[in-house]
Design a protein around this ligand. Structure first.
Ligand SMILES: O=C(O)CCC(=O)C(=O)O
Ligand SMILES: [Fe+2]
Length: 301
């Protein structure tokens, strides 16, 4: 999370970019790349459509997630984060996660690439590497999460080719240097309906923050509540059917010397329902050192 005092840019909405050419490798790849460039310069946020991620898989994931969170706390705590140690996986209850020191109004589960105990990195005690904690009473949940992680990892690689092209770099720039074995973090959050406090201070589902990594790809349900910080105020990022919301994290902001923006955002569930969201964080290989990207076209739009 970067220093939030950076100069914000003005924007009033987030663009919707059709990335089907990047996914298929056919058609006008440069049009998608130039739209990505503009979005990353302006707000660091954009919707994608034409991504090809199976709708049925997404529905199954959402349904199973609702079933998981609807269980009593004791059952959910059977996969609590403390049981996974440094692998950093499992369930945390409402109030169990803080943003800038304040508890968020959400519960959630952390997942990552599934690695068996015998894997050398797990044996070596590498942080964030290990087996997932899946609920034993819902066998389909684990399978579906792994299928989704696979689909999103593929999408992450595709988007990184688009981002490379958008910077005028060769398509494989990130794959060659940084993301051949990406660190992926997948979270599922459940934001309870927001019971407005009597003192008038809003309770945030997630307080204002920027994302740490390179790229975040977010699936959200139809509740709404995500807001992105523009110079003159907060811009809503409401659900758009069939889309994901993508945003740039601090690492890519740093790598481009701030040319691409890691923009503060926050969540408040103002609906009467439980809001589910599914952020997928696509980050560089765990042991790689991230360096500035030398570009000669930083100044041109
Ligand atoms: O739930 C959301 O819509 C966004 C969550 C988020 O910003 C994050 O996990 O970094
Ligand atoms: Fe975020």
């Amino acid at each position: 999370m970067k220093n939030l005092q950076v100069v914000e840019k003005e924007f009033s909405s987030l663009p919707i970019i059709d990335i089907s050419a990047l996914v298929s490798g056919k058609g006008n790849l440069y049009s998608a790349a130039s739209q990505i460039r503009q979005a990353c310069r302006e707000s660091g946020f954009f919707y994608i459509i034409g991504h090809g991620v199976d709708e049925n898989l997404q529905q199954r994931l959402e349904e199973l997630s609702r079933q998981f969170f609807a269980q009593d706390l004791e059952t959910k705590l059977k996969i609590r984060m403390a049981l996974a140690g440094i692998a950093w996986r499992g369930y945390f209850p409402v109030g169990g996660e803080l943003t800038s020191g304040k508890p968020d109004l959400k519960e959630g589960i952390y997942f990552g690439t599934e690695l068996p105990d015998e894997h050398p990195l797990v044996q070596a005690g590498t942080p964030m590497h290990g087996a997932n904690l899946f609920p034993a009473n819902m066998p389909q949940f684990g399978e579906t999460v792994l299928e989704y992680i696979e689909a999103m990892t593929k999408l992450g690689h595709t988007l990184m080719t688009g981002i490379a092209m958008s910077l005028g770099l060769e398509e494989s720039y990130f794959a060659d240097r940084y993301t051949s074995d990406p660190l992926v973090l997948f979270r599922i959050f459940n934001y309870p309906p927001n019971l407005s406090p009597s003192d008038g201070n809003p309770i945030w589902g997630v307080g204002e923050h920027t994302d740490y990594g390179v790229l975040t790809i977010l699936k959200q349900d139809d509740s709404g509540g995500l807001q992105v910080k523009s110079k003159s105020g907060w811009v809503a990022a409401p659900p758009v059917p069939g889309s994901f919301v993508c945003n740039i994290g601090d690492m890519l902001d740093k790598m481009t010397g701030g040319f691409y923006r890691s923009t503060p955002h926050r969540v408040q569930n103002q609906s009467q329902n439980h809001r589910l969201s599914f952020p997928f964080f696509f980050d560089p290989n765990f042991d790689v050192e991230v360096k500035p990207i030398e570009l000669d076209n930083y100044s041109s739009e």
